[in-house]
Design a protein around this ligand. Structure first.
Ligand code: CO
Length: 146
């Protein structure tokens, strides 16, 4: 039996093994994430979004991002983002309703973003979505914190 690497044993001492502190999503050349729902552990201090664009289309043709917000704010953020630019990741500049978001990427690219776990309050409903104009209706899912 092989010993576990020490670094693995020391990682995140406050969070039990196997805690879900990451939101890992994939999207390709269609308006779809690979998941409709993601689970997060309430014991985490920081959550990290990992987006992988598995397609080949450019960011201008089929860009994707991941935005985290209260579920009740998703439509309004997406609508306001319609008039924002790619440089602003199709989010109205200074939109305080946005809890976190990745940059907008094209095929073959990856993007990460982290945010303090206490931004998600117990009892509120949260969602992830893509703010690229026209995508949010299909590219949306719920976040379940346990
Ligand atoms: Co998208």
């Amino acid at each position: 039996m092989r010993a576990l690497p020490l670094t693995l044993l020391l990682a995140s001492p406050l969070v039990h093994a196997g805690a879900h502190c990451d939101i890992a999503l994939k999207a390709g050349d269609s308006m779809m994430y690979d998941q409709r729902s993601v689970g997060l552990d309430a014991a985490c201090k920081v959550y990290t979004i990992h987006l992988t664009h598995t397609g080949t289309m450019s960011v201008g043709d089929m860009g994707h991002n991941v935005v985290i917000a209260r579920t009740q704010d998703v439509s309004a953020i997406a609508n306001d983002g319609m008039t924002a630019t790619l440089a602003d990741d199709f989010i109205k500049p200074g939109d305080a309703r946005v809890i976190a978001h990745t940059k907008t990427i094209g095929g073959g690219e990856k993007a990460d973003a982290s945010f303090p776990a206490d931004r998600l309050k117990p009892g509120d409903a949260y969602s992830f979505f893509c703010s690229v104009p026209g995508h949010a209706e299909l590219m949306v899912g719920q976040i379940v914190v346990k």
